[in-house]
Write a protein that binds this ligand. Sequence first.
Ligand SMILES: *[C@@H]1O[C@H](CO)[C@@H](O)[C@H](O)[C@H]1NC(C)=O
Ligand SMILES: *[C@@H]1O[C@H](CO)[C@@H](O)[C@H](O)[C@H]1NC(C)=O
Ligand SMILES: *[C@@H]1O[C@H](CO)[C@@H](O)[C@H](O)[C@H]1NC(C)=O
Ligand SMILES: *[C@@H]1O[C@H](CO)[C@@H](O)[C@H](O)[C@H]1NC(C)=O
Ligand SMILES: *[C@@H]1O[C@H](CO)[C@@H](O)[C@H](O)[C@H]1NC(C)=O
Ligand SMILES: *[C@@H]1O[C@H](CO)[C@@H](O)[C@H](O)[C@H]1NC(C)=O
Ligand SMILES: *[C@@H]1O[C@H](CO)[C@@H](O)[C@H](O)[C@H]1NC(C)=O
Ligand SMILES: *[C@@H]1O[C@H](CO)[C@@H](O)[C@H](O)[C@H]1NC(C)=O
Ligand SMILES: *[C@@H]1O[C@H](CO)[C@@H](O)[C@H](O)[C@H]1NC(C)=O
Ligand SMILES: *[C@@H]1O[C@H](CO)[C@@H](O)[C@H](O)[C@H]1NC(C)=O
Length: 390
Amino acid sequence: MALVLLLTGLMLLLLRRAPGAGAQAVQDSKLEQPQDKVVVTAGQMLTLNCTTKTNSIPGPVKWLKGWGTGNETIYDQTGFFPRVTRAVNGSNTDLTIRIRDVRPEDAGTYYCVKFRKSLDGDELFLHGNGTVVSVRAKPTHLVVSGPGRREKPGQSVPFTCTARGFFPKDIDVKWLKDEAQISAQQPQITLGRTNSSYNMASTVTVTLQKDDVRSRLVCEVKHPVLTAPLRGTYQLGQALRVSPSIRLLPDPPSPVEVNKTVSFTCHVKGFYPGNVTVTWLENGTQMKVENISWPEEPPSGLFELRSQLEVQATEEKNGSVLTCRVVHDAQAPDDRKTTLRIVAPAREGLSDWSQSGVSVLSSPGLWLGILLEKGLLGGLLIFLFKRGRA
Ligand SMILES: *[C@@H]1O[C@H](CO)[C@@H](O)[C@H](O)[C@H]1NC(C)=O
Ligand SMILES: *[C@@H]1O[C@H](CO)[C@@H](O)[C@H](O)[C@H]1NC(C)=O
Ligand SMILES: *[C@@H]1O[C@H](CO)[C@@H](O)[C@H](O)[C@H]1NC(C)=O
Ligand SMILES: *[C@@H]1O[C@H](CO)[C@@H](O)[C@H](O)[C@H]1NC(C)=O
Ligand SMILES: *[C@@H]1O[C@H](CO)[C@@H](O)[C@H](O)[C@H]1NC(C)=O
Ligand SMILES: *[C@@H]1O[C@H](CO)[C@@H](O)[C@H](O)[C@H]1NC(C)=O
Ligand SMILES: *[C@@H]1O[C@H](CO)[C@@H](O)[C@H](O)[C@H]1NC(C)=O
Ligand SMILES: *[C@@H]1O[C@H](CO)[C@@H](O)[C@H](O)[C@H]1NC(C)=O
Ligand SMILES: *[C@@H]1O[C@H](CO)[C@@H](O)[C@H](O)[C@H]1NC(C)=O
Ligand SMILES: *[C@@H]1O[C@H](CO)[C@@H](O)[C@H](O)[C@H]1NC(C)=O
């Protein structure tokens, strides 16, 4: 046992002295990192060169990102580094590594490091001067967002365009409304979470108009790493609520004769979005009879619909209040009211005629017809009477 310990001690001593043996060669040893700075584009391969002329020092090779506290091991000979490969496998003189699929967070200063065996494990022996790596990255996650709820025409509403993860810092943001440029504030640029890329937010204020329902807001971003500008789109209709104009026809209503059928139309026009319900009430109570057309979307983008109500005129409905109630996009109801006026038929004896629906009594042709008929009859009688006497 003691012998084994003694032998081990001797071996370690020898090992320790080994560098001393070739003291001159070791003193001259250097790790060369020929690249001071490297610029690489995200997604591509990064080559970090490191060479040494001394090939006889036992001990592992490492690559560190950063120095001092918070340094990060990018490569060593024993670990698993899926994105890292040696340029020359197992070489003692070419310590170059390649990192594939570079990401913005790979930006930093990389040090090639050589360790040597010592009694207390591996000790740092040589290191290169470091290579500063910056990663060019194009902006991603372009998002255009609008207000949290719909706004009325006339409101000034802010819209925001954001993009993330780009490097370098310079970025150009342009806003277009229906392909015409509109002015916006300077974009705000902030450092990303990992300090290696930037984020951007740009805000534009738009005063909404009725006819913006079909308008498109575009945020166009230009950046040196992009081959073509990036565009984010917002349909202004998503931010707009245009309330309908409502008319209850006929207006004013004309009196209705008992037992006749009268028809009312509620005309709901120029609204957006097309989410509307129309109900009819008589004296405040909902009626069953409904005849509603589907909302139509004319080219303007604003919707329109008609609801028709047919009422059988009875005496008990005299004075009834009819209401057309419109609920648009879950907003407060908007009512239009009319009062039914029921009148007794103009003449009892003519009720058969009035039921046919046409007010024949008002027809002058009929009166003329009756006069003619009576005249002819009279004439015939006179003629017959005269003939009989003759
Ligand atoms: C490292 O930098 C120092 C000072 O800047 C310089 O003297 C030395 O030659 C450099 N070493 C290598 C290997 O480039
Ligand atoms: C870096 O190392 C690779 C592989 O050894 C070599 O092909 C390349 O020329 C080197 N580049 C520089 C700048 O030294
Ligand atoms: C790297 O960090 C570790 C602790 O995480 C520290 O022990 C080591 O000395 C650092 N190495 C360098 C070269 O700064
Ligand atoms: C490098 O060597 C390791 C084992 O020593 C091997 O698994 C790997 O495939 C080699 N890579 C190249 C590029 O030769
Ligand atoms: C980012 O960089 C600044 C200054 O360059 C530094 O103060 C800060 O600690 C860094 N933050 C991170 C998370 O690296
Ligand atoms: C209305 O119709 C009812 C039944 O159809 C009838 O009994 C009544 O006499 C009619 N009233 C008038 C004024 O025509
Ligand atoms: C609804 O009204 C239309 C005319 O506007 C009519 O043709 C249709 O028959 C009516 N439907 C009902 C169920 O009353
Ligand atoms: C509705 O109210 C009016 C006035 O209060 C009344 O004259 C009419 O009879 C009522 N209609 C119905 C159907 O009850
Ligand atoms: C219409 O509004 C109702 C509630 O107000 C909602 O549940 C529905 O999803 C809306 N439909 C559309 C097409 O917006
Ligand atoms: C309906 O009411 C009005 C006044 O309230 C009255 O003048 C008219 O005669 C009434 N009509 C009938 C058919 O009772």
